[in-house]
Design a protein around this ligand. Structure first.
Ligand code: SF4
Ligand code: FES
Length: 248
């Protein structure tokens, strides 16, 4: 397969950045999108050029490190799929593929396609946890019966991998879906109720302090999310926030 790639290159956070054109041949349809970039980088290194910087880790759709806006879509054209799980069979010989980093004020570009997502870590640290013993003095999990429906819904919310596609896709660069997943996961379990009011207040305050935009219920985040986190979690986040105003 021959491809024409238009890739965002940016030396550092201060550089203005620009698109650079690359033509590559010999791309296999079974390659993952990241393997295609590895293949390009091997050629750039062999020519003495700077390889394209991009984020990745597990390459199994579970760590949330991969990102990339591909032809204007976060994580590319395949629904419920991370960039690392996208394969070149989704593209055709001769295609032009435009590859950009996430674009959001709270996710500044570090280099090329790599952005700084540490704002998510700070939101998580503000309240995305429970204060319970996790070693030594733990309680047998089955001592607290939890209805299957609640356990399943909490698990669905917990599958967020923190990739940031929701922010990159949102016209307001809102982090509501990410925060909603965290809050909804714990709000649905008895262990999470203890600090629920404090948690939602602190996480929303941290989200605002990081400069993410407000939610205007457009729903683009849900469409782009590779893990299917639902807008219903944003509704729950809003309910939890309103309740917490009366409790704190
Ligand atoms: S809600 Fe979805 S898109 Fe947003 S960070 Fe979590 S997994 Fe990624
Ligand atoms: S590299 Fe881990 S989810 Fe894509």
């Amino acid at each position: 397969m021959k491809l024409h790639l238009k890739i965002w290159r940016q030396k550092n956070p201060q550089d203005k950045g620009r698109f650079v054109d690359y033509h590559i041949e010999g791309v296999e349809s079974d390659m993952s999108f990241l393997e295609m970039l590895d293949y390009l980088n091997e050629q750039l290194i062999a020519r003495g050029e700077e390889p394209v910087a991009f984020d990745h880790d597990c390459r199994e759709g579970i760590c949330g490190m991969c990102s990339l806006f591909i032809n204007g879509q976060a994580h590319g054209p395949e629904k419920l799929t991370t960039t690392c799980q996208l394969h070149m069979r989704k593209f055709k010989d001769g295609d032009t593929i435009v590859i950009e980093p996430w674009r959001a004020g709270a996710f500044p570009v570090i280099k090329d396609l790599v952005v700084d997502r540490s704002a998510f870590d700070r939101i998580q640290q503000a309240g995305g946890y429970i204060s319970a013993y996790t070693s030594g003095r733990t309680v047998e999990a089955n001592n607290i019966p939890i209805p299957k429906k609640d356990a399943d819904r909490a698990f669905d919310s917990a599958t967020c991998i923190g990739c940031g596609a929701c922010v990159a896709t949102c016209k307001n660069a809102s982090a509501m879906l990410f925060v909603a997943g965290r809050v909804a996961h714990l709000a649905r379990l008895p262990q999470g109720r203890v600090e629920a009011a404090e948690r939602v207040q602190k996480m929303v305050a941290a989200m605002d302090a990081e400069g993410f935009g407000a939610c205007s219920n457009t729903g683009a985040c849900e469409v782009a999310c590779p893990k299917g986190i639902s807008l219903a979690d944003i509704a729950l986040l809003n309910r939890e926030f309103i309740k917490s105003e009366m409790e704190i």
